[in-house]
Design a protein around this ligand. Structure first.
Ligand SMILES: Nc1nc2c(ncn2[C@@H]2O[C@H](COP(=O)(O)OP(=O)(O)OP(=O)(O)O)[C@@H](O)[C@H]2O)c(=O)[nH]1
Ligand SMILES: [Mg+2]
Length: 252
């Protein structure tokens, strides 16, 4: 995959963080993100979490203009929140958006490297456990094996030239989010991760991976269920089908 030539400079970066019951993580995460520099803003898309995550973010947003909250009460879900946050980031005038989880599995220290790769000419940069130097820390062997198998399956079905297809830690150029028509994603849940990756590749976007040390969640509870996991695998089949039948860009 070739890297394109001169691209618009990246001046304004919006980090989008979907949250569900992340009150034990969100304040520290936002602080670390703000410390990356004055060009970085944070947009938290919270689905009215019962633990009051949104209240903590609302309080931070009052004090700090670089913090933004989407307090969502309808059409909930990781996929919907991710989609709406990207759409808002574009409306805010972001040159790039970085999506990440709130549970510190995606260490903020990698964001400058990811943005540097966008500056190099890539359209989408994944924080990856699967490339040389990447690590998957603190998770039992069974989880790591499932991740490996899932990657094999997704690569085989969707033909995406990527080692860590499930990484939800990604930097996008504005033009890449527009190319995948991010406002029209079909996934309600975490399958948005596979959907957007496939659409990026189908839309001819240059995708690369930078190694990260992925760290298992230390605080708060995972909201990933077997049902959501299965929806992700079924979405892979649907994506392949839609691409074969010319319907990929007609799904909403
Ligand atoms: N807005 C919103 N965010 C969600 C929802 N479900 C999960 N999230 C957030 O999405 C991110 C990923 O969720 P996790 O629970 O960590 O799931 P995971 O990383 O796939 O699974 P683990 O490996 O168990 O951590 C976190 O920031 C969650 O708070 C949801 O329904 N709505
Ligand atoms: Mg997690």
């Amino acid at each position: 995959m070739t890297v394109r030539g001169a691209r618009p400079p990246i001046r304004r970066v919006v980090v989008t963080v979907p949250t569900w019951n992340e009150s034990l993580n969100i304040e520290l995460l936002v602080k670390e993100l703000l410390a990356l520099g004055p060009h970085v803003e944070v947009l938290v898309a919270d689905d009215d979490s019962p633990d009051g995550t949104w209240k903590l973010v609302a309080a931070m947003a009052e004090r700090e203009p670089r913090v933004h909250l989407m307090h969502r009460k309808t059409d909930r879900g990781r996929g919907r929140a991710g989609r709406d946050a990207f759409v808002k980031a574009l409306a805010m005038g972001a040159d790039a958006a970085v999506e990440m989880d709130a549970d510190f599995s995606h260490p903020p220290r990698y964001i400058p490297q990811m943005l540097a790769q966008l500056e190099e000419g890539y359209d989408v940069v994944l924080g990856s456990r699967g490339v040389s130097g990447g690590k998957d820390l603190g998770r039992p062997l069974s989880r790591r094996v499932i991740t490996r198998l899932a990657n094999l399956y997704i690569r085989m079905m969707l033909g995406v030239p990527v080692k860590d297809c499930n990484s939800g830690f990604r930097a996008w150029r504005r033009s890449a989010l527009e190319a995948v028509r991010v406002g029209q994603t079909a996934s309600q849940g975490p399958a948005i991760v596979q959907e957007l990756l496939f659409k990026a590749v189908q839309a001819g976007q240059c995708v690369t991976e930078v190694p990260i040390e992925f760290v298992e969640r230390a605080r708060g509870e995972s909201s990933l269920t077997l049902g959501k996991l299965m929806q992700g695998y079924i979405m892979v089949l649907r994506l392949r089908w839609w691409a074969l039948t010319g319907k990929l860009w007609r799904q909403t």
